[in-house]
Design a protein around this ligand. Structure first.
Ligand code: MLT
Length: 217
């Protein structure tokens, strides 16, 4: 664990050259260790960069403030999104990671700030896996993120995120140009083995796409 670079975080370097670095963003009440096993399962050779959210809600760590369940403090969300994007860019430089290999993997509150980063600081991320995300904010102007791969895994019975909220986010990301792959589980808010297997397969194919974009650049 390291508290450098402004966020308490864990960094594990990629195990093979060219492997992605997964930016792991935990849910409310989690910490920087929560998603390490998930990241390792999703891409066994990946680097892992896992910060702890700085907001405390009755002792539970989060990445931004909310006013109520599903009602966000948008000013705080904007500020925290930019702060997290700065951290990711500084961490990439510090650890010698190519920025275009950074793939966000967020759950719930972590997925919401990852979606916000795609909308407000899209150059920070090469792709994103969003587990149980909703539309975090309405960006103005809409960013241009042509071809950015986004995997959006939602639960048909999620009591916290109604399906229409996930669909609004997919619509917005597509309007910005992202290549959104929706995935629906017959499940609630918690992740299922089906979510993990689908995300792992998707990441394996998205890695190829990212590589092509890099070699074309
Ligand atoms: C959020 O606050 O980001 C969402 O309501 C999900 C949660 O963390 O409970």
């Amino acid at each position: 664990m390291s508290a450098d670079l402004g966020f308490v975080h864990v960094f594990e370097p990629p195990r093979t050259p060219g492997a992605p670095v997964l930016l792991l963003l935990h849910g409310t009440g989690g910490d920087e260790r929560d998603l390490l096993p998930l990241g390792r399962t999703l891409v066994p050779t990946a680097g892992l960069l896992s910060p702890r959210g700085k907001v405390s809600e009755q002792g539970m760590a989060r990445f931004f403030r909310r006013l109520a369940e599903g009602v966000f403090d948008v000013a705080d969300l904007r500020r925290r999104t930019l702060e997290l994007a700065d951290f990711v860019e500084q961490a990439a430089a510090h650890y010698g990671v190519e920025q275009n290999r950074v793939v966000a993997v967020g759950f719930s509150n972590g997925a919401n700030i990852a979606a916000s980063m795609l909308l407000l600081r899209p150059e920070t991320l090469a792709a994103a896996v969003l587990f149980r995300a909703m539309m975090p904010l309405q960006p103005d102007p809409l960013p241009s993120i042509p071809g950015t791969p986004v995997f959006l895994a939602s639960g048909t019975h999620d009591p916290l995120i109604p399906p229409r909220e996930a669909e609004r986010l997919a619509t917005l990301l597509r309007a910005a140009g992202a290549r959104v792959t929706p995935h629906w589980e017959r499940a609630g808010h918690q992740l299922t083995p089906g979510d993990v297997a689908a995300a792992r397969d998707w990441l394996a194919s998205a890695a190829g796409v990212m590589g092509r974009e890099q070699s074309a650049a």
